[in-house]
Design a protein around this ligand. Structure first.
Ligand code: SIN
Ligand code: CO
Length: 406
């Protein structure tokens, strides 16, 4: 098993000693779309058609070196996958992490990819990158997935169910896409990965570092690394209707009075005993209507469901210290995941905060501090005059891992 190309490009001797993060002079571009404003992008491309932007992130420098990225896959809280192509006939070896250094030392020169999901949760500098899509609501964001591919590596031609911004973060990758959305997927059978059997590209580009390809859902795409490369996928989130209604109804069911029953004290004789009559239909309608008509209750349910964490939180880096001490030391408090801390402004000017599936009522005066907390800058001790209740809330959210110090 050769490892020439890998050894030349990424010296594994540096694996232990390299700092996890490379230095990054993070200059977040004011628009991700070159000449286009975010508003123009939303109007013309978002959810409609692909867009390639050359130099979308001028001077982009990956916050993680390839070595640091491979090292990240050894963490148990990193969701990593390794895909190695075994031959030309769509045979893949797909493994889930964590991966030790030894795994990468045995890798071939080419045709493999390491993918790590939710890197924004693990690496503060990657989380900062989300600022580039701050024109989207946080609940609409999923994560930043990063891939490292050896020469020729990729995950095959496929579609995704979500909008994605594919930023070329290091090296070069050839992207082929078909601009007509796939309605019915014809997948290659009998393999471990979902690859389209009949992919015919109508666009073919080589992306250099800093270039970005936006794809709406269901656009077939195929990326192949031209030499070692890293791709940053800023992935969006769109709740599935079935799953969402299931979530809503599960919540409604848990609140329902198990004793409530159909009753008809004014029943009149019917024309035929087999006739069902309208009354029971009206009753069924009223049961569902009562959920829909109560806008405040529905808002609370939606907020609760959208902010729910997908996984259990892990202890953050300062878990062994007291909240008070860490906050006083000047560390910045931020949500662990962008989509888990959202809020609504109620008609009476109060705020309802949804944090990891919990609902918390707040006074309007908390809004500036809350907005700072959720913003890219985060919340620092001394930025606002915080009342003790709000501080206690922050402490509780930090203890449960919904907020983290950075
Ligand atoms: C990759 O980075 O290799 C895959 C990204 C994607 O296709 O969504
Ligand atoms: Co994809």
């Amino acid at each position: 098993m050769g490892r020439g190309a890998f050894r030349i490009d990424h010296d594994l001797a540096a694996y232990e000693i390299c700092p996890l993060l490379a230095f990054l002079n993070m200059q977040i571009p004011s628009t991700f779309f070159g000449e286009l404003s975010s508003a123009e992008f939303l109007a013309e491309y978002w959810q409609k058609k692909p867009l390639l932007v050359r130099g979308a992130w001028p001077g982009f420098e990956s916050p993680l070196t390839p070595e640091a990225f491979l090292a990240l896959s050894s963490r148990t809280d990193a969701f990593s996958r390794l895909m190695v192509r075994l031959d030309g006939n769509h045979k893949w070896d797909v493994r889930e992490g964590p991966f030790s250094k030894a795994v990468f030392e045995k890798m071939p020169d080419s045709q493999w990819t390491l993918l790590i999901q939710e890197v924004d949760r693990l690496v503060p500098e990657v989380r900062e990158m989300l600022q580039v899509v701050s024109f989207l609501p946080n609940w609409r964001l999923d994560d930043i997935m990063i891939s490292y591919a050896a020469n020729g590596g990729g995950v095959g031609a496929h579609t995704d169910n979500y909008d994605v911004f594919l930023l070329q973060g290091y090296g070069r990758r050839r992207w082929q896409i078909n601009t007509v959305p796939v309605v019915e997927e014809n997948l290659i059978e009998g393999i471990d990965v979902s690859i389209l059997a009949d992919f015919e590209p109508d666009c073919d580009w080589v992306l250099e570092t800093g270039d970005m390809l936006y794809l709406p859902p269901k656009i077939a795409h195929h990326g192949v690394a031209l030499g070692p490369c890293m791709t940053f996928s800023i992935g969006c989130r769109a709740p599935g209707a079935l799953e969402f209604v299931t979530g809503l109804l599960d919540n409604v069911l848990s609140e329902m009075d198990p004793e409530e029953r159909y009753s008809d004290p004014h029943l009149k004789p019917g024309s035929h005993p087999g006739l069902m009559g309208d009354q029971v239909i009206e009753w069924a309608k009223s049961l569902i209507q009562s959920v829909i008509d109560d806008k405040a209750a529905l808002t609370n349910l939606v907020g609760k469901i959208l902010s729910e964490p997908r996984r259990e939180a892990e202890d953050g880096p300062y878990a062994h210290l007291s909240f008070e001490d860490v906050f006083a030391s000047g560390k910045t408090l931020k949500p662990y995941a962008a989509s888990q801390v959202i809020y609504v402004r109620n008609p009476d000017a109060t705020i309802t905060l949804f944090a990891a599936g919990e609902m918390i009522s707040l006074d309007a005066s908390s809004l500036p501090a809350l907005q700072a907390l959720i913003s890219v800058a985060g919340l620092k001790n001394g930025d606002f005059d915080l009342d003790p209740d709000f501080l206690e809330l922050l402490e509780g959210l930090w203890e449960q891992g919904t907020l983290i110090f950075q």
